[in-house]
Design a protein around this ligand. Sequence first.
Ligand SMILES: [Zn+2]
Length: 241
Amino acid sequence: MADGPAAAGPPGARLRLGDVQRVDFGDILTPQDWPGGAGRPLPVHGFVIRHPAGAILVDTGVGDPRARDFVREWRPVARGVADALAPLDLAPADVRWVINTHLHWDHCGQNAVFTHAPFVIQRREYETAAARPGVVMEWFQVSGARFELVDGAAEVAPGVRVLPTPGHTAGHQAVVVSTDQGLVVLAGDAADSIRAYRDADPTQGAEPEDSDQWRASVAALRALRPARVCVCHDPVEWRAG
Ligand SMILES: [Zn+2]
């Protein structure tokens, strides 16, 4: 993996807009402190980038709902990652890289399926999670798991890069894809909803770990002038123009 800005990638590697596809991992229910109230279905989405070098999966969905009480509290109606990929005619074995936007249980819950693929994670996010032993790190105790820990912006494959977007968590990262119709930003939970992104309003979702960093990260994503922005918990996407 090469560091550097490489937003466009080399000629010929440019992806089409349709190469970025949404993966439906099912719903969780909003907790008590969610804007708009508790008990409402909240979609959990990942994304696949169908890159010529191999499929890139952004986030792996909800972990085993029986694993811990805190997962059970959200009563996920979760979908296994193989079932979630099947409508896209993909199988887990087709995934060459896994990018985790961050290490919350609804974004890395099924990493253990992908022992054949490296997990691209910001080093800061990994070290923060590792300092808090719990279910997430247990999910990572899979034999053969490979981590590609990155510090800051990095290119994963030509035309696909990760960008640090702290705020929701300290080591959160977004994924920026250069396509024939402009940049597509897969923002993860850098914003919980498209409304939060559009209005740069951190109160439109779960409270960030750091609101100032959250605002700076959303501003940085907006400054990219993306053609499209997708977030993990909103089926609506933002489009330029
Ligand atoms: Zn989330």
